[in-house]
Design a protein around this ligand. Sequence first.
Ligand SMILES: CC(C)(COP(=O)(O)OP(=O)(O)OC[C@H]1O[C@@H](n2cnc3c(N)ncnc32)[C@H](O)[C@@H]1OP(=O)(O)O)[C@@H](O)C(=O)NCCC(=O)NCCS
Length: 177
Amino acid sequence: MTYSWDDVRLAGDGFVLRRWRADDLPSLLRHADDAQVVRGLSDRFPHPYTRSDGEAFLAGKVVDLSDPVFAIEIDGEACGTIGARPGSGERAHGAELGYWLGRAHWRRGLMTRIVALYVPWVMQALSLTRMQATVLDINPASARVLQKNRFVEEGVLRAAIRKPDGLHDLRMFSRLA
Ligand SMILES: CC(C)(COP(=O)(O)OP(=O)(O)OC[C@H]1O[C@@H](n2cnc3c(N)ncnc32)[C@H](O)[C@@H]1OP(=O)(O)O)[C@@H](O)C(=O)NCCC(=O)NCCS
C-alpha cells in the first residue's frame, strides 16, 4: 500500500512534526552539523555535515522519504527528525525507529514527548505490531527516552558497531502494539 504523508501535521507540546521541505536546508545544516549529535548516530549521518549532505537528505537519497520521516519543527524551524523504516516480507509488521534533535533543545523532555506522540501514531497509521530501536552503549539519554515510552530492552548486540574509538555494543529496544 502507498501512503502520502504530505498533509500530516502532528502538533505536540512545544513542537510540530511534519514533512521535510526543500526550504528547511539552512536550519537542517545549522542543527545537523554537530559532532555531539552525530556521536549517537549511524555513519549514514556524516560529520562535518555539509550542504551537499543536507541536499542529499532532502532529496530522499539518504533515507527513504516516502516513509513517515518527519521534521521536528520548534519555533518555526526544523531542528531534528524522527522516522520509522518499515520492514518487508515476514518483517512487514515491524519498523525501526530513528531520531535526532539539535543540541540547542536537549534536556527539556522534548524527545520523550515527541516519541510519545509519534510512535502510537505511526504504529496505527502503518498497522504495525512491533517498533524497535537500537541504541549505542554510549547513549544513555536515548535509552531513557525509549524506556520512558514503554520500550523494553531485549538484549545487547555485542561489539556490533565500529566507531573511530573502537567497538561498541548496541542495545535493542522494542515496543509492541
Ligand atoms: C538522545 C536525544 C534524542 C535525547 O533528546 P532530549 O530531548 O534531550 O531528551 P529528553 O529531554 O526527553 O530526556 C530524556 C531522558 O534522558 C536523560 N538524559 C539526557 N541527557 C543525558 C545524558 N547525557 N546521560 C544520561 N541521561 C541523560 C534526561 O535526564 C531524561 O531522563 P529523565 O526524564 O529521567 O531525567 C538527543 O540527545 C539527541 O538527539 N542526541 C543525538 C542523536 C541521537 O543520539 N539519537 C538517538 C539515536 S538511538
